[in-house]
Design a protein around this ligand. Structure first.
Ligand SMILES: [Zn+2]
Ligand SMILES: [Zn+2]
Length: 156
């Protein structure tokens, strides 16, 4: 891991800790470890990959325990669940709770969060006119990221 990605991770952790402190949420050791693994990953990471990555630090953690931690992190906006991948991505703006919207590369699996609450609000706001009650909102655009467009055969 390069120095700059270490810095970026440290910055994300500090922001998440500050948000947790401000809202009176306990970032327990396991919650922090799971968040750190998600924040360090360029790609959305699934629960079973998280279990494997935790093993050197924690031993075998029961899947239900990790799912509870993931529920907590999603509920409080520290991470987003990428529905189409059944995987998790660290939020880019933990200070402002929002629905996420994402660009997901079909070739390398990288996912990028697109900031901007207006689009999500506009979509959700159109529902009542149809007598519709929104329970869950998923905005995921799939395609090719810039580097996979340049080098379609170089993708892992
Ligand atoms: Zn977000
Ligand atoms: Zn890609």
């Amino acid at each position: 891991m390069s120095a700059s990605s270490d810095d970026r991770l440290a910055h994300r952790l500090a922001r998440a800790q500050a948000v947790a402190d401000a809202r009176g949420l306990a970032l327990t050791t396991l919650r922090r470890q799971v968040y750190t693994l998600i924040a360090a990953s360029e790609r959305p990471i699934g629960a079973y990959d998280l279990l494997d990555a935790l093993e050197p630090q924690r031993g075998r953690v029961p899947p239900t325990t990790v799912y509870r931690v993931l529920d907590f992190l999603v509920e409080h906006g520290f991470v987003h669940r990428i529905e189409s991948k059944n995987a998790f991505l660290a939020c880019c703006d933990v200070e402002h709770p929002h629905q996420g919207q994402f660009l997901i590369c079909e070739a390398c699996g990288e996912a990028v969060e697109i900031p901007g609450a207006e689009l999500a609000q506009q979509l959700a706001g159109s529902a009542p006119a149809h007598g519709f009650e929104v329970r869950r909102q998923v905005v995921e655009l799939s395609g090719l990221c810039a580097s996979c467009q340049r080098d379609p055969h170089g993708a892992p």
